[in-house]
Design a protein around this ligand. Structure first.
Ligand SMILES: C[S@@+](CC[C@H](N)C(=O)[O-])C[C@H]1O[C@@H](n2cnc3c(N)ncnc32)[C@H](O)[C@@H]1O
Length: 381
């Protein structure tokens, strides 16, 4: 079967999954016999509630499906995605009806339709990603060293402060690749809004099936990525674009990563650029951002996420770190202060100097109505 036919088949399974989950919710409310008024709801009203508040997008369904497949058991899956075992039981029913998979006695999902499900990008551990990169590049990963050091034998890249560039640590780059792989629903276009950390290259090493598009304002950076992609036959396209410009590159994407300037305007501009490429199937965002120049404006950023229909799914606080550089005059001032306090130059140069958090946001491709129904704090509907 072609890839298009495979995706069509996955869509059919998605519709079946929604029907099963809708029926489960109706049956649950019927059995609950609450004294809170939910007994008066007819099936259509309950189904409407399902569609408004629980219906996953196509991409979230695929992510849950692959998370279930790669979890140690269906119970582990429920814990990983922070849901209840009723949702897990819905998947079990779905597997039985579709013959896509079955469960062993420990609750591990055994895939039956391997040809179809193997197209979902595989979840990988940091250890696995690390050893693949080491093997392909013939280097040893140094967790706290700069990510650009990994590629310096292939391509010398000059970090430029005029584009607010600053390379993250190698351990952070591996973490970001892991997060992308955990969330990717399909091996369709994944967008990088800026990529001075060369994550597109590392992602392709980890999974050559993934197709990436990198947009950046820095032509020299794009040329470097293009060269590396040609040398290793990686599926990466590059396009010069200004995230704050009017001519936004538009094409369907499954998700995007951005590591914007750590300012209110920077986060808004970069995230907005990516979100414009989402459509009715949903999508996810990996956003790396530190608090340095956002501060309490983060409240306004939360509002902005809501306006863009982005729901915070995960925050890995402090998961990103930056090795020391002397790119800006302020870096030298800070170094002098540490030296004056008696800290050795060696310690200063090998320690992280900027921390940031990695956010995973889900794009909800529907308008979510205001909830007028809830009757009591114990109404689980
Ligand atoms: C904004 S920098 C941030 C890097 C770093 N992690 C930090 O926090 O300082 C990330 C990427 O965005 C690119 N970039 C900067 N300004 C841009 C713009 N207006 N449009 C598109 N890309 C831009 C940079 O070239 C770089 O590759």
């Amino acid at each position: 079967m072609s890839r298009i036919q495979d995706i069509q088949e996955l869509r059919r399974f998605y519709r079946q999954f929604l029907e099963i989950q809708r029926d489960i919710l109706v049956a649950y409310v019927r059995k609950a016999k609450g004294a809170d008024g939910t007994d008066n709801l007819n099936d259509q009203a309950i189904e409407k509630i399902y569609d408004a508040y629980y219906r996953p997008s196509f991409f979230v369904f695929l992510r849950d499906l692959k998370t279930a497949i790669y979890s140690a058991s269906i119970f582990d899956f429920v814990k990983i995605i922070a849901r209840d075992s009723e949702y897990g039981a819905g998947f079990v029913e779905f597997f039985e009806k579709t013959k896509l998979a079955k469960l062993d006695k420990n609750g591990k999902v055994i895939v039956l339709k391997k040809d179809l499900l193997s197209m979902l990008p595989r979840v990988q551990s940091e250890e696995e990603i690390k050893s693949t990169i080491e093997r392909k590049l013939g280097v040893k990963i140094k967790a706290n060293a700069s990510v650009t050091d990994l590629l310096k034998n292939i391509k010398v890249f000059r970090t430029k402060s005029k584009f607010d560039q600053l390379p993250i640590s190698q351990a952070t780059a591996i973490f970001e690749v892991k997060k992308i792989l955990e969330n990717l629903p399909l091996p369709e276009t994944f967008l990088f809004v800026g990529d001075d950390d060369f994550i597109s290259v590392l992602l392709s090493f980890a999974d050559p099936n993934i197709s990436s598009l990198v947009i950046d304002a820095d032509e020299e950076l794009l040329a470097s990525i293009k060269n590396i992609a040609a040398k290793y036959a990686l599926n990466i396209r590059v396009k010069r674009a200004d995230a704050s410009g009017k001519n936004v590159v538009r094409e369907p994407i499954v998700g995007f990563l951005c590591n914007p300037p750590y300012t209110y305007k920077g986060v808004k501009t970069f995230v907005k650029y990516g979100v414009k490429n989402f459509a009715k199937d949903g999508g996810f965002v990996i956003l790396t951002v530190g608090d340095e120049a956002v501060g309490h404006r983060f409240l306004a950023l939360q509002n902005f996420f809501t306006k863009e229909n982005l729901m915070i799914r995960e925050i890995a606080k402090g998961a990103a770190a930056y090795p020391f550089t002397e790119l800006y005059p302020s870096d030298t001032v800070v170094k002098k202060k540490f030296l004056a306090a008696g800290i050795s130059e060696e310690t200063i140069k090998t320690a992280p100097h900027l921390g940031a958090s990695v956010y995973v946001l889900d794009y909800i491709p529907y308008k979510v109505p205001q909830d007028k129904l809830r009757q009591s704090i114990y109404t689980y509907l």
